[in-house]
Design a protein around this ligand. Structure first.
Ligand SMILES: [Zn+2]
Length: 236
């Protein structure tokens, strides 16, 4: 029987270093390269998914280029394997204890973009009740939330949204993980609860601001593009 990976990033999202036991090593072809796919008993690495980019980091001293999730049983989405993709040959074997290290700055950027998407969706739905968020894409430089419905006035929505975004950051809106009937949800400042398996900020005040890049509306479908300004970005 194939054992599942315990997704520690879901319960300990502030943990950036851990030890784990290697359960599988496979040589596979990935994106045109011959790589090594590593599985461990439990991982702090967030795999790509839910619109959020994969974590980066190291297993021992070997770089982890990509992390992907594999659902073992479609009827049980909690039964997952997480594959850590390494371009270099591992210096460990199945059964070895290894040190996992997640790149903290990279993770912070990804979870800021992801969290900002939740905040933006919740506020846009409040301002324009005819908008219903249906999808989020949180990659750096191309982050956007897609809604069903069209705003009354795009320019006015942009202004109101930026004003409300500044306000919730200034007022330290909390972002809390709650469990409702076994479903992991993000409580967005009491405005809404969204089922989500991603990593999140714990408070909107961890970022400096969220700016609207553009609002595109066509045939009852609206996309709101956005950028996140973090203190890390401001320094660098
Ligand atoms: Zn989320």
């Amino acid at each position: 029987m194939q054992l599942a990976t315990n997704p520690v990033y879901m319960t300990h999202q502030d943990q950036y270093e851990s030890t784990a036991k290697v359960t599988d090593i496979q040589q596979i072809e990935f994106g045109g390269y011959n790589v090594y796919s590593i599985r461990v008993d439990e991982t702090i690495f967030h795999p790509q998914g839910g619109g959020q980019r994969s974590d980066k980091g190291r297993i021992n001293d070997i770089e982890v280029d990509f992390v992907q999730k594999e659902v073992l049983d479609p009827t049980n989405p909690n039964l997952i394997q997480i594959n850590h993709i390494l371009k270099e040959k591992p210096d460990f074997e199945i059964g070895s204890m290894v040190i996992l290290r997640v790149d903290k700055e990279w993770r912070f950027q990804q979870m800021s973009l992801h969290s900002a998407g939740h905040i933006l969706a919740a506020l846009a739905e409040k301002i324009e009740p005819n908008l219903k968020a249906v999808q989020g894409h949180h990659f750096p430089g191309e982050a956007k939330v897609t809604f069903i419905g069209s705003p009354m006035d795009e320019d006015k929505l942009k202004l109101m949204l930026e004003e409300r975004l500044d306000e919730v950051i200034r007022n330290s809106m909390p972002l809390k993980i709650v469990n409702e009937a076994g479903v992991r949800k993000l409580d967005v400042g009491g405005l809404t609860k969204e089922a989500c398996g991603g990593t999140h900020l714990t408070n909107a005040n961890q970022i400096s601001s969220i700016r609207i890049r553009n609002i595109k509306s066509k045939k009852q479908k609206t996309q709101i593009g956005y950028e996140v300004v973090t203190t890390l970005n401001q320094k660098g």
